[in-house]
Design a protein around this ligand. Structure first.
Ligand SMILES: [Zn+2]
Length: 186
């Protein structure tokens, strides 16, 4: 069976360019969750997962090689990138904790959380970022095969208008920031 990611008409790249989500829109739901659950949700892992996945789009756009949404824009690839982001940020935080003064509030907060729990929180946030990225993109891009390698095609493409989707994501980010600043204890 040939790959579903090949033999795509040239104009799909033009469509892809037009509908590319500005990656920060994906951060909105993460900011909202972070605002509602400040200590237990690693927003950095969520954000890094989203950025890693869209590196694929940038790579194929730069090389003018459609389709621009391939293996990383599947639930399998998105979950893998989320896992990678979670492990990456967990490692970065472990180094950062050792480089910062022990009296820092953030360092004391991290010290009060077990390593195992930190790892779980980071990985869960990363995988959440990866899975939500694929779901949100699958509403927009008809060159995606989100359930590859099990199913081909993307029946969700176009279910929600691009404008409505961007407004909705922008609002989640906006309300997340408002709640974050209004919450005294973080
Ligand atoms: Zn994407």
């Amino acid at each position: 069976m040939s790959s579903p990611f090949s033999n795509i008409a040239f104009d799909s790249i033009c469509c892809g360019v037009r509908l590319i989500p500005f990656t920060p829109f994906h951060f909105g739901p993460g900011v909202l969750v972070k605002a509602c659950s400040p200590r237990g949700f690693w927003l950095t892992s969520f954000v890094v997962a989203n950025v890693l996945i869209d590196v694929e789009v940038l790579y194929y756009l730069r090389n003018y090689d459609p389709p621009i949404h391939r293996h990383l824009h599947t639930y399998l690839g998105g979950t893998a990138m989320g896992l990678l982001a979670g492990l990456l940020m967990f490692g970065v935080v472990q180094i950062a904790v050792r480089c910062r003064p022990a009296g820092w509030r953030w360092v004391r907060q991290m010290a009060s959380t077990t390593i195992r729990r930190q790892l779980c929180e980071s990985v869960i946030a990363g995988v959440t970022g990866g899975v939500t990225h694929i779901f949100l993109d699958s509403l927009m891009h008809d060159d995606m095969h989100p359930f590859w390698p099990f199913f081909e095609g993307n029946t969700l493409a176009g279910v929600v208008g691009v404008g409505a989707l961007h407004i909705g994501l922008g609002l989640t980010g906006f309300f997340g920031i408002v709640i974050w600043f209004l919450t005294p204890e973080k």
